[in-house]
Design a protein around this ligand. Structure first.
Ligand code: HEM
Ligand code: MTE
Length: 467
């Protein structure tokens, strides 16, 4: 057998364009597919999305590749093999607190490298109901902690309960595994559009700070009841979460949810150790994270170290002084974080994933695709689509099964096909309606806020139709 040169993932990652050559990996093999890019039946643009990294998460979205002739074809382009994974340099050794962060797929759209914040390419976002783990959006405030699963312990405590310290095997074996398909969305999803109205403070997320996975783990409810906490409590109580990631002053990432949601069997709150059937990836909270379905992503604390029942909300910066909504009239001189409620359930949301802004689409039948979701388990009951900026509307077809009532934790993918004439300029618009008949506002100006959160106005995409 021929001996191939060895390359690191980082070296492969430098080959992301025809000028630098286009390299991809499959298993531990490295391929230079530069000469195939223009021949690809799925289009050159699609291959380039995977350039510099692994093909598997992209092929998971398009089953046409699971045929033997595809791998045969790929084999002709083999140029090397991946060298065995080197251990990441310890943060302490390099002085860079982010040196121990995990490797990521170069196909992600990065909004900030340190801390790592990235979203999947918008055109792939809604191709499949479940987002592959490697493409799931990542929102980190701090370096990713390195957790030894052998010595990991989850502490559970608070007045009225026994303190518990659970190892990973204990969490897995003492409580039934519960699975929930849930969408996580960051409060800052679609912030880039809101900042077109007036600048806001925050990462410029496009439409991809949202993804869907099937989560597996123990129910938070079961763990709390096991620790002796009651089904119902008089007065105001919260369940506070702390991560193993901490800021320079030693304060951990933290957040809380109301007690009632934490113990409700219908709320499906998980202490998850699995994501799409795999163990949690490091970026998504290995070994254990909270998943609070229907609630802003910020409450789904990753790298969970402590669960505490408390009469007050989490004292964390991210519960008290961030992730809150304000009036458009509030600025940095007048903002009062103390009196505004923390965001929990999110409002109804939708976006167009295909076509992309500025695209030139062929005349004939146009397929418009996207996602829609609402907080609190409210189902999306309808998505309206306009091709003329909102003057006339059509109803999109919703894909997938009907979710159980009041537990619609996952997005719906939708599609609309419509004839379009050569030379036309289209302003495609979508808006969703949830089970409470909540609707999205038509523009961002009236919901503008200084942090750019809760950005859920009608999504608008301008395209032209080719002659
Ligand atoms: C179709 C190969 C990467 C998306 C195909 C087909 C082949 C192929 C042979 C035709 C299959 C058939 O109909 O029997 C490859 C190779 C790749 C690659 C060798 C990498 C070097 C990608 C990536 C994406 C993608 C990264 C998406 C991000 C598609 C799509 C089709 C397709 C959407 C269907 C096209 C259609 O039927 O209209 N690919 N592919 N491919 N590929 Fe790829
Ligand atoms: N948990 C910890 N410990 N640290 C964090 O920075 N980010 C939160 C939440 N949990 C965060 C966290 C925010 S703001 C969001 S939107 C989600 O995690 C994102 O989860 P994901 O990175 O798995 O998509």
């Amino acid at each position: 057998a021929p001996r191939y040169p060895r390359y690191t993932r980082e070296e492969v990652g430098r080959h992301r364009s025809p000028q630098d050559r286009v390299w991809v990996t499959h298993g531990t093999d490295v391929f230079d597919v530069t000469d195939f890019v223009e021949l690809h039946p799925g289009g050159a643009d699609k291959i380039l999305l995977a350039a510099g990294g692994a093909l598997e998460p992209f092929w998971a979205l398009y089953a046409v590749h699971s045929q033997p002739h595809v791998l045969e074809l790929l084999r002709e382009y083999k140029v090397g093999e991946l060298s065995p994974e080197e251990a990441p340099p310890a943060a302490a050794a390099t002085g860079d607190p982010f040196a121990g962060d995990p490797p990521r797929h170069p196909g992600l759209r990065v909004n900030s490298q340190k801390p790592f914040n990235a979203e999947p390419p918008a055109e792939l976002l809604a191709e499949r109901f479940l987002t592959p783990n490697e493409l799931f959006f990542t929102r980190n405030h701090l370096p990713v902690p390195a957790v030894d699963p052998g010595s990991y312990r989850l502490r559970v405590e608070g007045p009225g309960g026994r303190a518990l310290s659970l190892s990973l095997p204990e969490l897995r074996s003492r409580f039934p595994k519960h699975e929930v398909t849930a969408t996580l969305q960051c409060a800052g999803n679609r912030r880039a559009e809101m900042s077109q109205v007036r600048p806001v403070k925050g990462l410029p997320w496009d439409i991809g700070a949202i993804s869907t996975a099937r989560w597996g783990g123990a129910r938070l409810r079961d763990v709390l009841l096991h620790a002796g906490f009651e089904e119902q409590r008089e007065g105001e109580w919260h369940v506070c979460f702390e991560g193993l990631d901490a800021d320079a002053g030693g304060a951990p990432y933290g957040a809380s949810i109301p007690y009632g949601r934490a113990v409700s069997p219908a709320a499906d709150v998980l202490l998850a150790y699995e994501m799409n059937g795999e163990e949690l990836p490091r970026d998504h909270g290995f070994p254990v994270r909270v998943v609070v379905p229907g609630v802003v992503g910020a409450r789904s604390v990753k790298w969970l170290r402590r669960v505490a029942v408390s009469p007050a909300e989490s004292p964390s910066h991210w519960q008290q002084n961030d992730y809150k909504g304000f009036s458009p009239c509030v600025d940095w001189d007048t903002v009062d974080y103390k009196t505004a409620p923390a965001i929990q359930e999110l409002p109804v949301q939708s976006a167009i994933t295909h076509p992309r802004p500025g695209a030139a689409v062929p005349a004939g039948e146009l397929t418009v695709k996207g996602y829609a979701w609402s907080g609190g388990g409210r189902p999306v009951v309808r998505v309206d689509v306009s091709l003329d900026g909102g003057r006339t509307w059509r109803v999109a077809r919703l894909a997938g099964e009907r979710p159980p009532p009041e537990r619609a934790w996952a997005w719906v993918l939708w599609e609309l096909r419509a004839p379009v004439a050569a030379g036309a300029e289209l302003e495609i618009v979508c808006k969703a309606v949830d089970g409470s008949y909540n609707v999205q506002p038509d523009s961002h100006a009236p919901i503008w806020n200084l942090r750019g959160v809760l950005s859920n106005a009608w999504h608008r995409v301008r395209v032209s139709v080719r002659d």
